[in-house]
Design a protein around this ligand. Structure first.
Ligand code: ZN
Length: 185
């Protein structure tokens, strides 16, 4: 396994429509293993193959363990994922992306989705995801279509930049500030 370089905004691979995977071979398994390692090391909760420069329809997702969310703490690997059903209800929530460092924004997403696809061996799989997991799946599947979360943000007012600030006691922490202020500061 190897950690691969994460491509950032401006790299054309992030804007391409990714190819469908047809061969479930060793090369694919290596790709998925590398994606998992790269996601964990970043750290991130999801990664799509185009983010490491491979224009193929593969995503990995893993939410940190949370006792209140049974969907968390599990590793999901999806090849050729597709959203086959989505709730009419949408919820707005904050998103960031490993390919767009230090920027977060509010995005409307379906509250739940049903995702179908294949595992690394080509076996069909299906998942019902809700809340945060549903959001991450929608975000990662967007990557396979060349769509980034900033495309779905309603306007600059809904974007924020993360900056490091020092607390009174000298502790450093991240704070989200309006993009406009961050740019002119
Ligand atoms: Zn992303």
């Amino acid at each position: 396994m190897a950690v691969r370089e994460i491509r950032t905004i401006g790299d054309p691979v992030l804007r391409q429509e990714a190819r469908k995977v047809k061969k479930f071979d060793k090369r694919l398994h290596q790709l998925i293993d590398d994606m998992v390692e790269t996601m964990r090391q970043a750290p991130g909760v999801g990664l799509a193959a185009p983010q490491i420069g491979v224009s193929e329809r593969v995503i990995v997702v893993e939410l940190p363990e949370d006792e209140e969310d049974p969907q968390s703490g599990k590793l999901y690997e999806f090849v050729n994922p597709e959203i086959v059903r989505a709730s009419d209800t949408e919820v707005e929530g904050e998103e960031g992306c490993l390919s767009i460092p230090d920027i977060v924004g509010d995005v409307w997403r379906a509250e739940w989705v049903v995702v179908t696809g294949q595992d690394r061996y080509g076996k069909p799989q299906r998942l019902e995801a809700r809340d945060w997991l549903a959001r991450v799946f929608q975000h990662e599947i967007d990557h396979l279509n060349g769509v980034l979360f900033i495309d779905r943000v309603e306007g600059p007012a809904k974007l924020r930049r993360l900056v490091k600030v020092k607390d009174k006691d000298g502790q450093e922490r991240w704070k989200a500030v309006p993009l406009q202020a961050a740019v002119s500061a």
